[in-house]
Ligand binder design. Structure first.
Ligand code: ATP
Length: 391
């Protein structure tokens, strides 16, 4: 196991494409670090540079206490797991697991021990004599993991390893990966465009945009303290509601609503415009929970999405949609590709409230939502940066 250090790493393709732009990161020994961001943000390129599959344009990479910047991949002692598992179709599971060790001319007895250990940990014992064609997607993925594990590398580097699996299997494999990491504690760098995967797997998550690291933080901090509009809009599902607001006399005003904020919260912004962000989960239906002494807003539900445990209530507010390059850049579909913001399709901003499933709300009904101003997020419209709480 080892720490991994990246110092001022750049990758420029041709003369124009800056795929990775001055990334500095300290990945702690034993950490599960996730790189996340929309398609094309540079996360795979960064991972490939750590693996030694892509040369750096500038900067340095160390693994453990060893400078590896110019070392070939095979000498870095890291194991990659890709989305296409690239198993050898004519070999059995057992042979696939042991193949890398044979190539490296590892001792036979030691190889057999490692293959047997890994097979037991991953539950592959009953499948050892099968070929990849006789396995399910999840089983193949497990073999691909096993092949990386038998090498007992200093680090695992994983590039969207679950993206070929169907949704249910992905969730299952995600928790298997978490359990495996708990047990092995091998330093892992994991690339995904899926923020739910990033949040559930990562000890820390690196959010990237256009080759630049936006924030490196725990999942909880990314959610509750995003440093800018891009991170705020990218992390969280459904995404944070965003609208332009004005501040005056200790109140924030938007869409005809006027809500009190803590006296010291936006010192220096009185009379100014800010961007207000409210997480869907921070709006609750008073019909279920009462007001809890919080201010309320009345809204008309347009669409309700029953999720079993909660209901997403979509409603329009009397304000134009926010035109923000950052928020737009963060809006991506399941494949990580850009999509138009829901709000942009309308002349009114659309908000979402994630309320208790016991809410009686139906499309067309008016509901009273409690809002907790202590949980509001504020951003500077000029820079997109979060306006920090002063206390
Ligand atoms: P995805 O989730 O779609 O895989 P990503 O975040 O992993 O995207 P990269 O694959 O790292 O992004 O690509 C970053 C940028 O570098 C993109 O603009 C991409 O088009 C460009 N790029 C990647 N590889 C090459 C290459 N071999 N030659 C030229 N440009 C490249």
């Amino acid at each position: 196991m080892a720490s991994i250090t990246l110092a001022n790493v750049y990758k420029v393709f041709g003369s124009e494409v800056i795929a990775v732009n001055n990334v500095t990161l300290d990945i702690v020994d034993g950490e599960f670090l996730v790189l996340v961001g929309p398609s094309g943000c540079g996360k795979s390129t960064l991972l490939r540079m750590i693996a030694g599959l892509e040369e750096l344009t500038a900067g340095e990479i160390s693994i453990g206490d060893r400078q590896v910047t110019d070392l070939p991949s095979k000498d870095r002692d890291v194991a990659m797991v890709f989305q296409n598992y690239a198993l050898y179709p004519h070999m059995t599971v057992e042979q696939n697991l042991g193949f890398g060790l044979r190539l490296r001319k590892e001792d036979k007895v030691e190889s057999a021990r490692r293959v047997a250990d890994v097979a037991r940990i991953l539950g592959l014992d009953p499948l050892m004599k099968r070929r990849p064609g006789e396995l399910s997607g999840g089983q193949r993925q497990r073999v691909a993991m096993g092949r990386a594990m038998v090498r007992e590398p200093k680090a695992f580097l994983m590039d969207e390893p679950l993206s070929n699996l169907d949704a249910k299997l992905r969730v299952q494999m995600r928790s298997e990966l978490s359990r495996l990491h708990e047990r092995l504690k091998t330093t892992t760098v994991y690339v995904t465009h899926d923020q739910v995967e990033a949040m559930t797997l990562g000890d820390r998550v690196v959010v990237m945009r256009d080759g630049v690291v936006q924030q490196v933080d725990t999942p909880q901090n990314l959610y509750s303290r995003p440093v800018n509009l891009f991170v705020a809009a990218f992390i969280g599902s459904p995404p944070m509601n965003l609208v332009e607001a004005t501040v005056a006399d200790g109140r924030v005003n938007f869409a005809g609503y006027s809500l009190p904020i803590e006296p010291s919260r936006l010192n220096g912004f009185s009379g100014e415009s800010v961007i207000l962000g409210i997480r869907p989960a921070d709006l609750e239906d008073c019909a279920v929970w009462g007001t809890n002494n919080l201010p309320t807003i009345d809204v008309v539900a347009e669409v309700t999405e029953e999720l079993g445990s909660e209901v997403n209530v979509i409603f329009s507010i009397d304000a134009p949609p926010l035109h923000s390059e950052e928020a737009q850049a963060a809006a991506t579909d399941d494949a990580g590709d850009a999509v138009p913001l829901l709000a942009e399709l309308n002349d009114k901003a659309r908000f979402c409230a994630r309320v208790d499933s016991r809410s009686p709300v139906r499309p067309g009904s008016t509901i009273t939502l409690s809002v907790d101003p202590a949980r509001f997020h504020f951003f500077d419209p000029a820079t997109g940066r979060a306006i920090p709480a002063t206390n």
